[in-house]
Design a binder for this molecule. Structure first.
Ligand code: HEC
Ligand code: HEC
Length: 486
């Protein structure tokens, strides 16, 4: 029988061998670089919130071993050398491989990305010698996010970020086969370097010397959205806020006109959670169905997560008297139909920096970007910002420092006339002060752990919200006691 091909037999064999090798290389390559091995599953919902992958490893992830060695290779670029990522104030549970708010997923190779918990898990201690208590969905008041962003870019720009130096450090800890070592050396390290350096353009405002440091526990979130999601040119605005608590989201009543985020720029929990998640992903989700499934889970979880109870003793008689003071002076905004709605800036008088970081045009643009991904949500409010939301005060004891920009250290200070509130203090120390209701903000330990906050600098103003500041001292004490019960 005659075959169709007349070429020599050896060439046919070579062709088949080449084809087989190409297929094997393709499979190996796919498995080692691209195949998504899926997210680790967690039985405990709190663990899922803290460590569960949303798929951000795809576009915003950092290869695990690079993440692992960066603090070892670049200790000089850490806020404090010697303690690795802990120097950024990340929350770390004993026995865990990664800090709270970091997820690991194998997409070809192990990659690390962030979860909501990087900013939305609080920690506190009653005494300095105690292990911190974690409160899931509470505000992370210790994280120096700006320093962390700068660290990654600064490492990538350093000549020491090269295959020889990084591989030497990786070899001390990792047990890689030859193929992974080749991949790290010739592909993963150079590509990661390039991608981190590319981020610098969008991060320009965090390098501006005329803007103050965000400091621990703060995030210039709407500027991040502007420069990363809708890729607007850099403007001159600056408005970092505290990380908010995200528990008990069922308190919001969007149907009655409640607004979310500090300046009321979003409509409802579903929209905020989607936008936050897209911020973490850095790109459209690879698998929309998986993504939206995770969003539904997050929304339900956060709606039903209760605010934490005050963990120290409360004087019940004082608190009862304090409720009357609250009803007379505070309830009109904080326990009424006004709660959750925007109070005009002229009436509240707090720092205006944050509302200048966002506007109606940006909202229209961001809503279009999300719609183009085929994602339906009510979205951002398409109007310019006019003031700040009168906050629900659930779990207010753990939300220090206070006001949207975190400019007032304790509740006692908030009940003090603005001109007498602390002008300089230290943020990010996690030992609690039950007397003033907030964290300890002065003294050697607070200075060691924290970052300085100067209320005279841009975006940091501590004026306004002078309600209750002229009450007699006894009424203030009663009111403070009542606020602990919320
Ligand atoms: C990098 C830090 C960071 C990460 C990560 C992050 N958030 Fe936030 N989140 C913030 C900040 C800061 C605000 C307040 C923004 C403002 O109003 O200026 C906020 C606001 C919110 C709010 C609105 C709270 C309210 O009461 O109005 C919700 C809800 C929320 N985030 C949920 C999430 C979820 C869910 C994720 C993960 C998908 C997430 N966030 C990821 C920092 C973060
Ligand atoms: C006219 C309305 C109004 C009244 C009255 C009012 N507040 Fe507020 N409150 C607000 C607004 C608006 C904000 C947000 C301001 C900001 O962050 O810039 C706020 C913020 C707060 C915060 C900070 C919340 C956080 O997450 O940091 C606390 C605490 C608070 N108020 C307590 C009180 C107490 C106690 C009283 C009564 C003595 C009171 N407020 C009276 C409107 C009001």
């Amino acid at each position: 029988m005659k075959t169709l091909c007349t070429c020599p037999r050896w060439l046919k064999i070579l062709g088949i061998v080449t084809l087989v090798l190409a297929v094997i290389a393709g499979i190996v390559g796919y498995n080692r670089f691209m195949r998504d091995y899926g997210a680790t599953t967690f039985d405990n919902p709190d663990d899922r919130f803290m460590y569960g992958s949303m798929g951000a490893e795809n576009d915003a992830g950092i290869p695990y071993w690079i993440f692992y060695v960066l603090p070892r290779v670049f200790p000089d670029k850490l806020p404090k050398p010697g303690v690795g990522y802990a120097s950024f104030g990340v929350v770390w549970e004993e026995g865990h491989e990664l800090p709270v708010g970091f997820s690991k997923r194998r997409i070809g190779f192990d990659r690390v990305a962030n979860t909501c918990a990087a900013c939305h898990v609080a920690s506190y201690r009653a005494k300095p010698d105690e292990t911190p208590t974690l409160v899931v969905a509470g505000p992370n008041h210790t994280l120096d996010l700006e320093a962390f962003f700068r660290f990654l870019v600064d490492c990538a720009k350093d000549p020491r970020f090269n295959a020889d130096t990084l591989m030497a450090e990786i070899d001390l800890a990792a047990d890689m086969d030859w193929l992974d070592r080749l991949a790290y050396r010739y592909l993963i390290i150079p590509i990661t370097k390039k991608r981190l350096i590319e981020r610098e353009g969008q991060f320009q405002w965090i390098y501006r010397h005329d803007f103050p440091e965000w400091g621990r526990g703060r995030d210039d979130a709407m500027n991040l959205t502007k420069y990363f999601m809708i890729r607007w040119p850099m403007d001159d605005s600056f408005g970092p806020t505290d990380m908010p608590s995200v528990w008990n989201l069922k308190k919001y009543r969007p149907e009655k006109g409640d607004r979310m985020n500090f300046a009321g720029d979003s409509h409802d929990p579903y929209s905020v959670v989607i936008d936050s998640a897209l911020g973490l992903m850095g790109a459209a989700p690879k698998n929309k169905q998986d993504f939206l499934g995770h969003i539904d889970w997050l929304v339900e979880y956060l709606k039903n997560k209760p605010a934490p109870k005050y963990p120290f003793p409360i004087d019940a008689a004082r608190a009862a008297r304090g409720k009357a003071v609250f009803d007379a002076n505070c309830a009109a905004c904080h326990a009424s139909s006004r709660t959750g709605t925007v109070v005009p800036l002229a009436e509240i008088g707090t720092d205006r920096g944050r509302i200048e970081t966002w506007n109606g045009r940006a909202a229209i643009e961001a809503n279009r970007v999300v719609k183009d991904m085929g994602i339906e949500r009510k979205g951002l409010v398409e109007a310019d910002l006019t003031g700040y939301v009168a906050q629900y005060l659930d779990g207010i004891w753990l939300r220090a420092p206070y006001l949207h920009n975190g400019s007032v250290p304790t509740l006692a200070d908030l009940l003090t006339p603005p001109a007498q509130r602390p002008q300089m203090f230290w943020r990010g120390y996690d030992v609690y002060d039950p007397a003033r209701v907030g964290f300890v903000v002065e003294g050697a330990a607070a200075e060691r752990a924290g970052t300085p906050y100067d209320t005279r600098l841009r975006g940091n103003g501590n004026g306004g919200h002078d309600f209750g500041t002229t009450l007699p001292a006894a009424q203030k004490t009663d009111l403070l006691e009542y606020l602990k019960t919320l």
